[in-house]
Design a protein around this ligand. Structure first.
Ligand code: PBG
Ligand code: ZN
Length: 331
């Protein structure tokens, strides 16, 4: 051949870029997290996150209505009760919010309920402490999680999403749902959830930071160590075998390699969770005029789909319909 191979021909203009792109984003592949907090007089902003609030029961419904008008219809709900306990948790507040949402919007919305205990416990850990208070009691926690998932299914959740990282919770939750006739409710497992520094704003929003007064200081003894990617593969294979319908990798950008590897080896639908710290990073950069917010966001979302994600949980999901109306290659 004469002269160089001209790869730039397919980059030359917006039209040929649109035609030749193999990774595409669609507004319908996004899930918007929602926080609803018991006992608030008015909704509150979440430090570091744009357009995300700790909602009251009534502001929650108004926000979902606004989201639906924009074309955002899939949600992940985090309920935050006013009263914290050590065990025998009250899920009534969260269940009532699920019932409100499904009663008001029905099948116009798809709602996954987070299933964890960190917003419910006095100490902020994702489960029930053993008597030594230095580790979580896995099996006692799993039983409490299955109870919560069942209650959320009764309240109308389309999907339950355990984020606690105990062993055996997928099988226990699936059995509880099936035993009560909820065979059609989906289960999304945080299979590959790593111990991460990128969960900061979430813990303020969900009131779920393990306090410094705890003997068990952090979540390292139950979340996956970033240096042990094989653990994530084992967890994904196990959760698939236990009956999960959707598997998740979290956080997103720090775990793109894991997402690519796991989605290629476990043929279930894969979700990626672009976490609160990741989102705050993008918004801070854009807020300082150091990155175009739309291009930065679309670049990360494109990377997720390129790595094998079928769906994206993002705090900016409600901006996706707007952002996706713009060519990511054009400033
Ligand atoms: C807690 C939970 C966390 C997130 C979802 N569920 C944080 C944690 O494990 O401490 C992370 C969400 C985020 O940062 O956006 N079970
Ligand atoms: Zn938790």
């Amino acid at each position: 051949m004469n002269g160089p191979i001209r790869l730039r021909r397919n980059r030359d203009n917006r039209h040929i870029r649109e035609l030749t792109r193999s990774v595409r984003l669609h507004p319908e592949q996004f899930i918007q997290p929602l926080f609803v907090v018991e006992g608030l007089a008015a909704r509150e902003a979440v430090p570091g996150l744009k357009d995300v609030w700790r909602e009251t029961p009534s502001s929650l419904l108004r926000q979902i209505e606004a989201d639906l008008e924009r074309g955002v219809s899939k949600f992940l709900l985090f309920g935050v009760p006013g009263e914290k306990r050590e065990r025998e948790f009250s899920r009534a507040f969260t269940s009532a919010r699920l019932a409100d949402i499904k009663g008001r919007f029905g099948d116009e919305v798809w709602v996954a309920a987070d299933v964890c205990l960190c917003s419910y416990t006095t100490h902020g850990h994702c489960g029930i402490l053993a008597d030594d208070r230095a580790h979580l009691d896995n099996d006692v926690t799993v039983a409490a999680l299955a109870d919560a998932a069942l209650e959320f299914a009764h309240a109308g959740a389309d999907c339950v999403a355990p984020s606690d990282m105990q062993d055996g919770r997928v099988a226990a939750i699936r059995a509880a749902l099936d035993g009560a006739g909820f065979q059609r409710r989906a289960l999304m497992s945080y299979a590959a959830k790593f111990h991460s520094a990128f969960y900061g704003p979430f813990r303020v929003a969900a009131d779920s930071a393990p306090g410094p007064a705890n003997a068990l200081r952090d979540r390292a003894s139950y979340q996956i160590d970033p240096g042990r990617p094989d653990d994530a593969l084992l967890a994904a294979e196990r959760d698939a075998a236990e009956g999960a319908d959707i598997l998740m990798v979290k956080p997103g950008l720090p775990c793109l390699d894991v997402l690519a590897r796991l989605s290629a080896s476990v043929p279930l639908p894969w979700a990626v969770y672009q976490t609160s710290g990741e989102q705050a990073g993008i918004d801070l950069l854009a807020g300082h005029g150091l990155a175009d917010p739309v291009r930065a966001q679309l670049e990360t979302w494109t990377a997720f789909v390129r790595a094998g994600a079928h769906m994206i949980i993002s705090y900016a999901a409600r901006r996706a319909p707007l952002y996706l109306g713009r060519d990511p290659g054009t400033p």
